[in-house]
Write a protein of this length. Structure first.
Length: 278
């Protein structure tokens, strides 16, 4: 059978960044992102099937910014919007005439449409780690126990060119298809997606590994962030509806062709008595 449809949903992104985890300013925050619309195409056989669900997906986690005494003073937002194109294999765990529960595994191609990291915070004192450049603009002042910073709103900290334009990921999860009549199917999909490589460009990673920027709190060359590998992990939940296209031909019973009357065998006459000497 073939299914063609649309879906929408949301995801929970987690940015596992070893550098940000070492920075005393940032603390991870549970983040929700929406998938406004996607398209799905599925072709099912007995016991297995193939599936693709291209969609626009937003990833990247938010972090709370805390001052030197632990108060929340702002946020750092990592946000990347991708055109997400998976190629998936479905293995049917339960395969009924109207319901299928399947395990799903896919490899995905992700094309970056938009990517940036922004920072917003109030006037406060933050604890910059050694190795991170302290801005020299108005309102920034290094002291013995932190750095005074001015209020900023949605300041772009990392731009799109610092990310790879094309990345790959892998997903595993479950999918349920409920055929509520002969023409339409309701679909629920839950998957975990794991980034195969660091989403940032190699040039930007080298900048973090080899600080040559403005001075840090000790006056040494700094970098925008502490270096650490980053991987994006996303938990996605989708609900969709599909049109069912049946390729199975209906059974047409075969009939033997009628023989012409002239070719039909004549019935034997048992009423005629045999003659003498017969």
């Amino acid at each position: 059978m073939e299914y063609i449809g649309v879906f929408g949903g949301f995801n929970l992104p987690f940015s596992i960044d070893a550098g940000i985890q070492k920075d005393p300013r940032y603390f991870s925050k549970l983040t929700f992102r929406y998938t406004p619309i996607g398209f799905q195409y599925s072709y099912d056989f007995v016991g297995y099937g193939f599936l693709t669900t291209p969609c626009f997906v937003s990833t990247g986690q938010q972090y709370i910014i805390k001052n030197t005494i632990g108060g929340e003073v702002g946020t750092r937002e990592l946000r990347m919007n991708y055109l997400h194109v998976p190629a998936a294999l479905k293995l049917h765990v339960m395969d009924l005439s109207f319901f299928r529960l399947s395990m799903v595994a896919s490899v995905n191609l992700d094309y970056l449409l938009r990517g940036q990291e922004t920072i917003s915070h109030f006037n406060s004192k933050l604890r910059y780690p050694a190795g991170v450049t302290v801005p020299t603009g108005p309102g920034y002042e290094v002291t013995y126990d932190g750095v005074f910073v001015p209020e900023v709103a949605n300041e772009v900290y990392v731009t799109k060119d610092k990310f790879k334009s094309l990345t790959f990921s892998a997903s595993v999860g479950f999918r349920a298809d409920f055929d509520f009549n002969e023409n339409w199917s309701l679909n629920f999909d839950a998957r975990g997606t794991f980034g195969i490589a660091d989403p940032r460009s190699s040039d930007y990673i080298n900048t973090l590994k080899n600080p040559t920027g403005g001075p840090d709190i000790n006056g040494n060359p700094g970098a925008p962030d502490l270096y650490g590998q980053r991987r994006d992990i996303t938990a996605s939940f989708y609900l969709g509806i599909s049109r069912i296209v049946k390729f199975k031909k209906e059974f047409v019973p075969k009939h033997s062709p009628k023989m012409p009357k002239s070719d039909a065998p004549k019935p034997r006459n048992y009423s005629k008595k045999p003659g003498k000497g017969g």
